[in-house]
Design a protein. Structure first.
Length: 463
């Protein structure tokens, strides 16, 4: 019976069912780069501290680099009987260099090894997702620059409310994705601490220097408390939360693109590259990409709730339950990065029907509030009185089969004589949109300021 590397206490062959349940290699092999990188840093520190000889360090270093090459070339398959990526790498290293490979695990446990590998993976993808978000925001800003005067019906309750411009609407999504990007960068800074050297839970009696490994691996500094460090998965929960929130924003944008591409709206046309046909109806062009993005949001939510549930009852320190931390993170990261890439491409190649948007602004009496504000400002009426007068004006417009912005002075005065010619011009939808020049408003001038501010912020980032 062959004995596993980490099985000194076990005297009988493991159950085949235990092997199947315990085996994480099929998914944690994704961490091979991080595992080898962490081991190289650990070996360097052991050598510099005199815990292993320089000769053993040289062998370990050369051996680990050979393992890396073998994995990437396919010469060393990660589909064997090893229970995880950490044991697979150590076993192969020992096969290559002999007893020197057995010294690598000195002053280290799989607990801190797993923690540092997984943390490095999560930190790397925090930065990658932030970079993809910056590219998506740039695409939205580029579309916005061309549409700061393109009228669009602003909605509440999915009902026509007030005239805005398309760029202003796109800026709302840029603002959402800006917050998402800030969350990923904040998580990176908060979790950029090295757990390596914590060993099983209480540190080690060997004279290690955790500052060396932290610096070598690009961490800001070592973690503070080893008991916490080996069982902490806050960094994984944070990236899952950040992805879930970002996917919610992606889903909201996707929903609007789905609506806007229908015959009922006709505001946008998606590229044929980003749509599919029907198996039975030859005329159909289905917005499959935004529908899939909307659907994958539920998947991201599930991964977050799953890990929260795993972690909620765990005593200190490490427990095998946390093996369930990785598959959801790997899945959410893959989903997030693919979603951002395809959404950016779809936005870049999407065409906009400005006339359809302009026409839609002639429904729903979007400038009605402007008349109420005018009556307050110029006539001195209490707003609630002005509100009811304009309600009567809207009823009159409905009788005439017109939008309020199309009513003549005579028709307006048939409702209230205090409405004079000046009021007619403010009912124009462009005038209404540009009148909203308060900070954060939809006026073209303010919309352009928002674009400039987001662009300036993007340029200030270091990702």
């Amino acid at each position: 019976m062959s004995k596993k590397i980490a099985s000194a206490r076990i005297t009988t062959q493991s159950s085949e069912l235990l092997k199947e349940l315990n085996n994480s290699l099929p998914f944690d092999k994704v961490l091979y780069r991080e595992d080898i990188r962490g081991s190289l840093a650990h070996a360097l520190m052991l050598s510099e501290q005199g815990i292993i000889s320089q000769d053993d360090y040289s062998k370990i270093k050369d051996g680990l680099n050979q393992v890396l090459k073998e994995i990437e070339s396919g010469d060393f398959s990660l589909d064997g009987d090893d229970e995880d990526i950490h044991m697979a790498v150590e076993r192969r290293l020992t096969e290559i260099i002999g007893d020197a490979g057995k010294r690598l695990h000195t002053a280290r446990s799989r607990n801190d090894q797993v923690a540092v590998d997984f943390r490095m993976y999560v930190l790397r993808h925090n930065k990658e997702i932030a970079k993809l978000l910056s590219e998506l925001i740039n695409s939205l800003l580029n579309k916005a620059k061309d549409n700061s005067d393109t009228l669009l019906p602003g909605m509440t309750h999915l009902q026509h409310a007030q005239p805005i411009n398309l760029a202003y609407h796109l800026n709302a999504y840029s603002s959402m994705f800006k917050r998402d990007l800030e969350r990923f960068l904040s998580s990176y800074e908060r979790n950029n601490l090295s757990p390596l050297g914590c060993a099983a839970l209480a540190g080690t009696p060997h004279p290690i220097d955790r500052e060396i490994t932290a610096k070598e691996l690009g961490f800001k500094e070592p973690t503070l408390n080893c008991l916490d460090s080996v069982s902490d998965r806050d960094f994984a929960l944070e990236i899952l939360f950040n992805i879930a929130t970002m996917m919610m924003h992606i889903s909201r944008l996707s929903e609007e693109l789905i609506l806007w591409s229908t015959s009922e709206f006709g505001f946008v046309r998606l590229s044929d590259k980003h749509a599919t046909g029907s198996s039975i109806m030859p005329q159909k062009k289905n917005p499959d990409i935004p529908e899939l993005l909307r659907g994958k949001t539920g998947r991201a939510y599930g991964n977050l709730v799953s890990l929260l549930t795993v972690m909620k009852g765990l005593p200190l320190a490490y427990n095998k339950d946390t093996q369930e931390d990785k598959e959801g993170v790997f899945d959410s990261v893959k989903t997030a990065e693919l979603s951002l890439r395809v959404l950016k491409e779809m936005i870049d190649e999407m065409s906009i029907d400005k006339e359809a948007m302009q026409e839609a602004c002639m429904k729903g009496h979007l400038s009605a509030t402007d008349l109420a504000d005018w009556l307050v400002r110029e006539v001195g009426l209490p707003f609630r009185d002005a509100y009811h007068i304009v309600g009567n004006v809207v009823n009159k417009a409905e009788e005439l089969g017109k939008d309020i912005s199309q009513m003549s002075l005579k028709e307006l005065q048939a409702v209230d004589k205090r409405i004079v010619n000046e009021a007619v011009s403010i009912l124009d939808n462009h005038s209404s949109m540009n009148a909203r020049a308060s900070e954060g408003g939809t006026a073209t001038s303010k919309t352009k300021e928002q674009i400039e501010r987001i662009e300036k912020w993007l340029k200030s980032l270091e990702i």
